[in-house]
Every structure is written in structure tokens, then in C-alpha cells.
Design a protein around this ligand. Structure first.
Ligand code: ZN
Length: 317
């Protein structure tokens, strides 16, 4: 059966089908031919094409469609550059034709195609870099630096306020206004920390200006809130940790405090809750367990300053 009848357009033959198709002596000639192509001209049988005239043909070439010649298949021979190969002599003729074509600038042609490809690639990379730079410029241009990553975290309690509160209590003249302010400041800080940390786990951010919840698109992409403020997730998270927002292993203490504070009705109850929290601060401070220094999450100052304050409050052993 004729090659082009046996393997029609939609039945692309495997390489083994091609070898099987040839009579043994033609197959041997084709094997020599294939060998010469690879060794002498460094071209490979890699471009299978279908034509209505010849059926499936085999192009020998290099990368980027740099083709030296095409092999046409027939039942009694294979054809190369107009030469029908049927015996060693015609094989030699075909190889001479290939040699002539090769010497007629094939290497230069391949080099030119490769160079052109590389040039295109460089051009494409250059364009991509330019495009990304333009996008970044546009992004930063449209961002008002006064609105970018402005973190307004719920404040800590001042050491002075705590001291004044304890002093008023010691004198039997509890400053109830200050009591509410201190207790509420602790409460708001714990509450915001809880909310923010839970949102951050899901890649979200609480707008610290208007309370809107924002979804981060990536670690560094700016997210604009409808109120006009803009945050990047990475800086948001860094700031939250740097400012010692409550969290980590002491979380149960903060949760307890929030519940206890809301349950307190009288001044005496409120003072007891605050005192309980200060005691927890003291415990975690003394235990020296990292990640449990509750005091720095809630009270202004360094651990040393807060520790000194504790002594003034006549607290501890
Ligand atoms: Zn907002």
C-alpha cells in the first residue's frame, strides 16, 4: 500500500511505523542516511509534516525550524532533494546534494535565526521590565504617602495613669473616671488585637481609620480602603507585631480580661479586674517565659520601666 494512503492526515505514523514500512534494504539505506544527517550536518529528524501530494514527510533540521532538507517516503524508495534513494549509489548522490545545500550557507542561516530569536527574546524581556516599571510608577504615583500604611493601633495604658489610679485607690479616694479610662483602654486594645489577628490569619486587614475589612491580594500589593487609606499586608503585619499588639501564648489572659471587664458593674469590681490583669502581668514578667510578657502588650514602656512601676504599686512579694 502506498505510504500516503496507509497514513492519512489524521493518522500520524510513529517513527517505528516509518521503519516498518520500508523494505529491509531501503530501511538499511535510510538508517545510514539518518546517521549521516546527525553526524555530518547535526540535523535531526524532527519536523513531521503532512502534504496532500506526499502524505507524511520528515524534515531534518535544527532548532527554530531551521530545516536542511525533507525526506519524502514512497513504497520502493525514499526521496531526498530530488534524488530517489534505492541503493548505495543513489544514497551517495542524495548525500552530495545535502552537502551542497549545507555548504550553501546553512550554518549562517541557523546562526541568523538563533540571533534573531535571542534579539526578540531580549526585546520582549525589555518590554516586560518597562511595563512592570510603568505599572509600579503609576501605582506609587497615585498613592498619597500620607495615606499609605498609617497604622493607628489602639493605644496602651500609660504608666503614669496606672500609678495615679493605684495611688487614688490606696488613699481610699478611687478616681472612678480614671478607673474607667484605664479599664476601657485595656479592653479596646485587647479587642482590636483579637479582631485584627483573626483577620490577618485569613489575609484580611481591618482599616485602622474607618473599621472597614480589606482583603489583601498579595504580601506587598497596596490595598485601598474606600476611606482613602492604603495598606500593604506585609507592613500591616509587621507593624502589628512591632507595636506589641496582644496575642500569642497569653491570648487566654486577654480574652479573660475582656469578659471580666464587660461583667464588671461597680467601681470595686472594675478595680479588682484591673488588679487581676496587673497581677497576670506580674506573673508573666516574673516567669520570664518568652511570648508571655503581657505587660508590654498593654502598658507603655519597656519591661524594665514596667517592672519598676510594679514596685511603686507595692505589688508582688
Ligand atoms: Zn478605611
Amino acid at each position: 500500500m502506498e505510504w500516503k494512503v496507509k497514513y492519512q492526515k489524521h493518522t500520524k505514523p510513529a517513527y517505528s511505523d516509518l521503519l516498518d514500512f520500508f523494505e529491509p534494504e531501503i530501511r538499511a539505506l535510510f538508517a545510514s542516511f539518518d546517521n549521516e544527517m546527525q553526524n555530518r550536518f547535526k540535523v535531526h529528524n524532527k519536523y513531521h509534516k503532512f502534504s496532500n501530494v506526499h502524505g507524511w514527510t520528515y524534515g531534518y533540521g535544527r532548532n527554530y525550524n531551521c530545516e536542511l532538507l525533507t525526506v519524502i517516503v514512497s513504497s520502493k524508495y525514499f526521496e531526498v532533494l530530488g534524488v530517489s534513494v534505492v541503493n548505495p549509489e543513489t544514497l551517495n548522490n542524495a548525500l552530495c546534494e545535502a552537502e551542497t545545500k549545507y555548504k550553501n550557507g546553512f550554518e549562517q542561516y541557523c546562526a541568523d535565526v538563533s540571533a534573531k530569536r535571542r534579539e526578540n527574546q531580549i526585546e520582549r524581556s525589555k518590554k516586560r521590565v518597562e511595563r512592570e516599571k510603568a505599572q509600579m510608577d503609576e501605582l506609587t504615583e497615585s498613592i498619597d504617602p500620607d495615606k499609605l500604611n498609617k497604622f493607628k493601633w489602639a493605644k496602651k495604658v500609660s504608666r503614669n495613669d496606672l500609678l495615679k489610679l493605684y495611688q487614688s485607690d490606696a488613699k481610699g479616694l478611687l478616681d472612678e473616671e480614671l478607673l474607667d479610662e484605664v479599664g476601657f483602654t485595656f479592653y479596646i486594645r485587647c479587642k482590636q488585637a483579637k479582631e485584627v489577628r483573626e483577620l490577618m490569619e485569613k489575609g484580611r486587614m481591618l482599616c485602622l481609620q474607618c473599621g472597614e475589612i480589606l482583603q489583601a491580594q498579595s504580601y506587598t500589593a497596596p490595598v485601598k480602603c474606600k476611606c482613602g487609606y492604603i495598606y500593604t499586608y506585609r507592613e500591616y503585619r509587621r507593624s502589628c507585631n512591632a507595636i506589641n499588639m496582644p496575642g500569642g501564648r497569653a491570648t487566654p489572659i486577654f480574652d479573660d480580661y475582656m469578659k471580666k471587664w464587660l461583667d464588671s458593674k461597680t467601681a470595686s469590681q472594675k478595680m479588682t479586674v484591673i488588679d487581676w490583669l496587673i497581677h497576670e502581668c506580674h506573673v508573666t514578667l516574673m516567669s520570664g517565659v518568652r511570648g508571655r510578657s503581657v505587660c508590654v502588650n498593654l502598658i507603655e514602656g519597656t519591661i524594665k520601666q514596667i517592672s519598676d512601676l510594679k514596685l511603686k504599686l507595692a505589688y508582688g512579694s
